[in-house]
Design a protein around this ligand. Structure first.
Ligand code: FES
Ligand code: FES
Length: 164
């Protein structure tokens, strides 16, 4: 058992965690942040993606005990109060979800992709960056369109070709 102190969606948290507790289970079961989903047992689907110290991680593959001092952002921490994040709005407006199971992980990944591409983003680059996120029902056309719209709304240029 370890005691960890960390920030989750800007709120300081202090928890005693078992050595085997996964971050995704800590979020869902201890902090009741159930927007982070579990879609596989193999670290493949990306439904559990959150941000950890500014990077994306699959929270099903991170031990909570390692997170003393960490900053975590989950899908619950993305909106500014009742104002959805531009990427959340883009997913809604572009019909980029059906069941929504994959959506929290995709939105977190999408924000990370955009923030790490300040000079511009192409559809091909988005497709490449989504290799760790699986959607089982929508198909990816609308998801890619949503991420490009979200990028534009976040002030990142959308390029028509690589390097264009
Ligand atoms: S639940 Fe983490 S990658 Fe599938
Ligand atoms: S919207 Fe259903 S799995 Fe992606």
């Amino acid at each position: 058992m370890s005691r960890i102190e960390l920030s989750v969606n800007g709120r300081a948290r202090k928890l005693d965690v078992e050595d085997k507790l996964l971050l995704v289970d800590m979020l869902r079961e201890r902090l009741e942040l159930t927007g982070t989903h579990v879609g596989c047992d193999t670290s493949q689907c990306g439904a559990c993606v959150v941000r950890l110290n500014g990077d994306t991680v699959k929270s099903c593959s991170v031990l909570a005990a390692t997170l003393d001092g960490a900053e975590i952002t989950t899908i619950e921490g993305v909106a500014a109060g009742s104002d959805l994040h531009p990427m959340q709005r883009a997913f809604s407006e572009c019909h980029a979800l059906q069941c929504g199971y994959c959506t929290p992980g995709l939105v977190i990944t999408a924000i990370d992709i955009v923030e790490k591409s300040p000079d511009g983003l192409t559809a091909a680059a988005v497709v490449k960056e989504l290799k760790g996120n699986i959607c089982r029902c929508t198909g990816y056309v609308n998801i890619v369109a949503a991420i490009l719209k979200g990028a534009a709304d976040m002030g990142v240029p959308v390029l028509t070709e690589e390097g264009a």
